[in-house]
Design a protein around this ligand. Structure first.
Ligand code: HQG
Length: 179
């Protein structure tokens, strides 16, 4: 992605997932914010424009953001730490899902299972390669295999974000393969 697209994407992630208050923005219950309001409140030095927002949405490597059908609002598709209701319905997961983490977290995960930590959900990928990239953000990566079919059969709900990330509340240790 181009530098200005990355800068815009980072800013949008910050205000739409974690800190809308940083610029005095308010999100609705489903995480949507008015694009004109963002343009009004964004720091001047970011030189944010409607065109830059549209480009950051279109060229985003993970399709992190969605614009409403009428073109006036924007939200993040997943990754929130603030409370939002994305209005996703529970769906049956594939048999196996993958979670990338850092080796230094493994001992704790063996004790507690996967916890959502600061986010609304535990994030899981359909392929091990994507999970390895996610894990590398935290240190030496390791990919854990989640037996999602057994979890679903045991009554755990799974959600699929609009950009293909699988979400669940927590993964008990009994459903994780560590090797
Ligand atoms: C770890 C990015 C110790 C967990 C990615 C992870 C993803 C534990 C870290 C999305 C634990 C939380 C989310 C336990 C979980 N003990 N550590 N019991 N349970 N952890 O960033 O999954 O690029 O909140 O393994 O691509 O790394 O921003 O979660 O290492 O989709 O769109 O606690 O963020 O998306 O870290 O990443 P994070 P994540 P974007």
């Amino acid at each position: 992605m181009h530098d200005s697209v990355v800068a815009t994407s980072r800013f949008l992630s910050l205000i739409l997932r974690h800190r809308p208050d940083a610029i005095g923005l308010t999100l609705d219950d489903a995480g949507w914010a008015g694009i004109d309001e963002i343009l009004r409140l964004a720091p001047q030095d970011l030189r944010l424009t409607r065109e830059r927002i549209d480009r950051a949405v279109a060229e985003n490597n993970k399709q992190r953001f969605a614009i409403s059908e009428d073109g006036t609002r924007i939200r993040a598709r997943q990754g929130h730490s603030i409370e939002v209701d994305l209005q996703l319905s529970a769906v049956a997961p594939p048999p196996r899902l993958y979670h990338g983490t850092a080796t230094r977290f493994v001992a704790s995960i063996r004790r507690e299972g996967l916890l959502r930590r600061d986010r609304r959900h535990v994030h899981l990928s359909t392929d091990a390669g994507t999970a390895a990239t996610v894990g590398a953000r935290h240190g030496k990566p390791i990919v854990l295999v989640v037996r999602a079919d057994a979890m679903a059969a045991a009554g755990h709900a799974f959600f699929l974000s609009e950009n293909g990330v699988w979400l669940t509340d927590a993964v008990p240790v009994g459903f994780i393969d560590f090797d």
